[in-house]
Design a protein around this ligand. Structure first.
Ligand code: GLU
Length: 490
C-alpha cells in the first residue's frame, strides 16, 4: 500500500478531556505505523488560544503514555520537524499564506459577516448553493485599494480550482465532491490568525505525512485539503498528496453519535474505574476493525501484526460498555498473578481504600488475590472485595444484613460458631463445618453460609467464603460472628 516509509500523525487539539473517539484515532494511527514499520508523529494543534489549555495538553500526553501508545516524533521526543506544537509555528503559517497569495492561490476577502449572511440566505431562498459565492475572487486593484483605505478588515481565502475533486478513501473507496460543495474557504482570520484549514494540511505537508487517518467528521475538509496540497506542491512546499482514510462514527446510547459530553466517552472514567490499558485498547480497536470473525480478545502485538486500514468497516460502530467490560475482565484474568497484584496497587491505598494504611497486610492480600483475579471486571472492584481483611469491623450494609439474617440466624450462627471454633483452619475444613451446621438446621450450604458471610464480610456477595475465612483467621472470624449475634440479640 505504501510507497516508501509510512508517516502518519495524531494531531489533537488540547481542549477538554481525552475521549474515546480521540483514543480510537490515536490507536489506529499507532497500529498502522507499527504494522508498516513507519513513523507516528504526534502534533499538538493548539492554534485556538481561547479553547486550548495546558492542562488538557498535559492530560493528552499522560493518557497516551498510560495507554502505552508511543510516538516517534513530537512533544518530549522531538524530531526533525520540531516544533510539534502549532502555537510555536506561527511564522511558518504566515510565510506559507503569503506564498499562496503571491501565487494567486489565495486572495483577500473583504466581505463582512453581515454581507455573507445576507447573500447566503438569498442563495438558499433561490435554491442555489449557499457556500461562498466568489465575490472577492477577482477584485480590481482599485477596489482592493479603496477597501484598504477604508480600513475594511480582510480574511485570506483559498481559491478552489475548477472542477470536481475525486480521491480514493482507504476506508470508503472512491469519493467525489463537486465544486458546488467545496466553495473557496478562509485560511487566515482578519487578525492574522491562521485557521485549521491552513495549518493542518501545511504541517502534514512539511512533516511529510503519507497517510491521514482520522474520524469521519473531518471528511468534508478533505477535498479542500487536497486542493491546498496541490497548490503547495506547485510551490515546492509539499512533495505529494497523502492518502486519506476516514474512520467510522462511534454511536452511543439510542444510536446517537457518541459525544464528548457523554460520560462513557471520557477516557478518565476508564482509568479511574481501573480498566487495563490493554483491555480498553482491545475494545477500542473493535470500533470499526476486527482481527477475525471469531476472536474478540487479543493483544496489541496481535493487532499490530494484523492491522489493515483497508479492512476498517465504513459503517458506524456501536459503543457497547458491557462488551468493553467483558473484554477488560478477560484481560485481567490473563495477567500473571504477580502483575495482577501489582496492578491492584493504587486501589489498595488512599483515597480508594477505606482502611487505615497500617492495617493493610500484604501477605494476606497476596493470598486472597488469585481468588479476586477471576472475579473482577475492573481493578477498582478490588477494594470492596478485600476490605473485610483490613477494616477493623466489616462494612455495615443494611440491605445485605436484611437479606441474609432471615429465618433463624441466631440458631444457625451459634452452631456454626461452635463448629468453626473447633475445626482445622483451611478452606475445606471450614466448608465442612458450615455444611454440618446447616444440616443441623435443615439448611443447604448456600442458605447456611449467607449469615456467616454477612457477619464476617458485611456483604451478601464477595469472594469465595471459605478461602476468605482461611485468610481472615480464626480469631477475627469468631469475634465477628459474636458481634453479629450480639446485634441480633439487641
Ligand atoms: N486538530 C484536529 C482535531 O482534533 C485534527 C483533525 C485531523 O486529524 O485532521 O479535530
Amino acid at each position: 500500500m505504501a510507497n516508501g516509509p509510512v508517516r502518519v500523525r495524531f494531531c489533537p487539539s488540547p481542549t477538554g478531556n481525552p475521549h474515546v473517539g480521540l483514543v480510537r484515532t490515536a490507536l489506529f494511527n499507532w497500529a498502522f505505523a507499527r504494522h508498516h514499520g513507519g513513523t507516528l508523529v504526534f502534533r499538538i494543534e493548539d492554534t485556538d488560544a481561547a479553547r486550548d489549555s495546558e492542562e488538557s495538553y498535559n492530560q493528552l500526553l499522560d493518557s497516551l503514555r498510560w495507554l502505552g501508545l508511543d510516538w516517534d516524533e513530537g512533544p518530549e521526543v522531538g524530531g526533525p520537524h520540531a516544533p510539534y506544537r502549532q502555537s510555536q509555528r506561527m511564522d511558518i503559517y504566515a510565510d506559507v499564506a503569503k506564498k499562496l497569495q503571491d501565487a494567486g492561490h489565495a486572495y483577500d476577502c473583504f466581505c463582512t459577516a453581515v454581507e455573507l449572511e445576507a447573500r447566503r440566505d438569498a442563495a438558499r431562498a433561490a435554491g442555489k448553493p449557499s457556500g461562498y459565492d466568489g465575490t472577492c475572487r477577482n477584485l480590481s486593484a482599485e477596489r482592493i485599494e479603496r477597501y484598504r483605505a477604508e480600513g475594511r478588515p480582510a480574511i485570506v481565502r483559498f481559491r478552489m480550482p475548477d472542477g470536481p475533486i475525486t480521491f480514493t478513501d482507504l476506508v470508503r473507496g472512491e469519493l467525489t465532491f463537486t465544486q458546488d460543495n467545496v466553495p473557496d474557504f478562509g485560511i487566515v482570520r482578519a487578525n492574522g490568525a491562521p485557521l485549521y484549514t491552513l495549518v493542518n494540511p501545511v504541517d502534514d505537508a512539511l512533516m511529510e505525512i503519507t497517510h491521514v487517518l482520522r474520524g469521519e467528521d473531518l471528511l468534508s475538509s478533505t477535498p479542500r485539503q487536497i486542493a491546498l496540497y496541490k497548490a503547495l506542491m506547485e510551490l515546492g512546499i509539499a512533495k505529494s498528496v497523502p492518502q486519506f482514510g476516514h474512520l467510522p462514527y462511534v454511536m452511543g446510547e439510542g444510536n446517537k453519535k457518541l459525544s464528548k459530553r457523554d460520560p462513557e466517552s471520557s477516557l478518565n472514567l476508564y482509568r479511574e474505574r481501573g480498566f487495563l490499558p490493554e483491555g480498553l485498547l482491545n475494545y477500542l480497536s473493535l470500533l470499526g476493525w476486527s482481527l477475525s470473525e471469531d476472536r474478540d480478545i487479543f493483544s496489541m502485538e496481535e493487532m499490530v501484526a494484523a492491522f489493515d486500514i483497508t479492512g476498517v468497516n465504513a459503517n458506524p460502530a456501536r459503543f457497547d460498555l458491557k462488551k468493553c467490560e467483558h473484554i477488560n475482565a478477560t484481560h485481567l484474568r490473563e495477567l500473571d498473578v504477580k502483575d495482577f497484584i501489582e496492578a491492584c496497587g493504587p486501589w489498595l491505598k488512599a483515597p480508594h481504600a477505606p482502611w487505615r494504611p497500617e492495617a493493610f497486610d500484604r501477605a494476606a492480600f497476596e493470598e486472597i488475590a488469585p481468588h479476586a483475579q477471576t472475579r473482577l471486571t475492573v481493578l477498582s472492584d478490588i477494594t470492596a472485595n478485600v476490605d473485610f481483611l483490613f477494616l477493623d469491623q466489616p462494612v455495615e450494609d443494611e440491605a445485605s444484613w436484611a437479606k441474609a439474617m432471615k429465618g433463624e440466624p441466631v440458631a444457625l450462627l451459634t452452631t456454626a460458631r461452635a463448629k468453626l471454633a473447633d475445626t482445622d483452619w483451611n478452606a475445606e475444613a471450614l466448608k465442612n463445618a458450615v455444611l454440618a451446621a446447616g444440616e443441623e438446621h435443615g439448611l443447604k450450604l448456600g442458605k447456611a453460609q449467607a449469615p456467616v458471610r454477612v457477619a464476617v464480610t458485611g456483604r451478601t456477595v464477595g469472594l469465595p467464603l471459605f478461602e476468605s475465612l482461611e485468610v481472615l483467621g480464626r480469631d477475627r472470624t469468631l469475634s465477628r460472628i459474636d458481634a453479629a449475634l450480639a446485634k441480633l440479640a439487641a
